[in-house]
Design a protein around this ligand. Structure first.
Ligand code: ADP
Ligand code: MG
Length: 379
């Protein structure tokens, strides 16, 4: 990837670039908990967005995405720029946010290429943001710690892109470690690395669907959680435990109560899953994955028939500890924890079964955990 990206950059912009890589991530458990100040367990994965970059002498930023075959250009001096509702927003949002925080950027030329599938819940957006931030900062000789980069990228997505996401995706892209999952407390940002088991693999299966509802439902769920927390007199649902649910249910009503119950029980599942992983209890970890899926399907109502089909096919296959939808929902991917010696048969069976049920050919990949965003040596 690095060789051709450098060459392509040279052809397009006529100089030698520096190269930055920011990975996508898969969330093992803890879905829709990050914006409730709760717990999540992502791992950075081998799919990444790369940015080749070189500074300019003016304040223009020119960016070409090889994936989309499109070029955008904007001026850093256009501070009141409105979002365009295209991929430009991720890049410009990051640039604007860096300057909003008091740094002054040079203009830059960027060439972007990624292999994170777009819009599938593996966070191509955060990987684009983080790669962009790294590239723009380096072109201006500004050194920021990974936590500052994760935070400014999240703010860019919330404030400029208009997606009220939590910190998980950007944090995982910045803080990933080879072979480790991250247990992250989204309130304190305290995190712990949890070694992934040697004898098992993370298998991600893309349903190849993305239903329209995704982003409107996301913002809706977020609002419902905020209102449930207010009713219960806490700042975030993170502050409630399953023992509190019965008390507040009459105040919430059935619909809001189901949403709150997902969030509260999911936080507890993440804690239990972390303990199971530390102690090598993979069956228990898997059972929590299935329980997470059921809660997302029945209480939070963000699954869809394709995701449910994928999980049921996993449940019926030999050597599978657990499986669940991962990402925001309404399509995208499932993640399954599968015994090492069963992976080949599992992926074949999942592909055939899913295609027979839906007429869609799923993309299935075995994921491994990789290091977070960094500059890479140019070829
Ligand atoms: P996810 O983060 O789950 O992949 P999102 O909808 O949050 O899904 O982000 C996907 C969007 O991010 C794409 O529609 C596109 O606008 C932008 N994006 C991601 N990667 C690239 C890329 N390599 N080139 C251009 N735009 C990209
Ligand atoms: Mg995203």
């Amino acid at each position: 990837m690095t060789d051709t990206l450098s060459l392509d950059f040279h052809k397009l912009f006529g100089r030698k670039p520096r190269l930055f890589r920011a990975p996508g991530r898969v969330n093992l458990i803890g879905e829709h908990t990050d914006y409730n100040d709760g717990f999540v367990m992502p791992a950075a994965i081998q799919f990444a967005t790369w940015a080749a970059a070189a500074p300019r002498h003016d304040r223009a930023v020119r960016v070409h995405s090889i994936n989309l075959g499109a070029t955008i250009e904007f001026s850093l001096d256009h501070r009141g720029a409105a979002p365009t509702r295209t991929w430009q927003d991720y890049v410009q949002g990051v640039a604007l946010q860096i300057e909003k925080e008091g740094h002054t950027l040079h203009g830059a030329d960027l060439l972007i290429r990624g292999d994170v599938p777009l819009g599938s819940g593996l966070s191509s957006s955060a990987s684009l943001e983080v790669a962009t931030a790294r590239a723009l900062l380096a072109c201006s000789s500004i050194d920021l710690p990974p936590l500052a980069i994760a935070r400014l990228c999240q703010r860019a997505e919330v404030e400029f892109v208009g997606m009220r996401c939590g910190i998980m995706d950007q944090f995982a892209s910045c803080f990933g470690e080879e072979g480790q999952a991250l247990l992250l407390d989204c309130r304190t940002l305290e995190h712990e690395y949890l070694p992934l088991p040697q004898g098992a693999s993370l298998v991600v299966a893309n349903t190849m669907v993305k239903h329209e509802l995704a982003s409107s439902a996301y913002n809706d769920r977020r609002q419902v959680c905020e209102s449930a927390a207010r009713t219960a007199g806490v700042t975030h649902l993170r502050d409630l435990h399953s023992a509190d649910i019965a008390r507040w249910l009459p105040h919430w009503g059935a619909a809001i109560g189901r949403r709150a119950r997902h969030t509260i029980t999911e936080n507890e599942r993440v804690q239990s899953a972390a303990a199971a992983l530390r102690e090598g209890r993979l069956e228990d970890f898997g059972a929590l994955m299935y329980a997470s899926h059921e809660s997302l399907r029945d209480d939070y109502e963000v699954s869809c028939p394709e995701l449910d089909t994928m999980v049921e096919l996993a449940r019926a296959a030999p050597g599978v500890y657990g499986s669940r939808m991962t990402g925001g929902g309404f399509g995208g991917c499932t993640i399954s924890l599968v015994r090492g010696d069963a992976v080949a048969a599992f992926t074949a069976r999942l592909a055939t079964g899913y295609q027979a049920a839906t007429s869609l050919a799923p993309a299935i990949f075995v994921c491994h955990a990789v290091a977070g965003a960094r500059e890479e040596a140019a070829a």
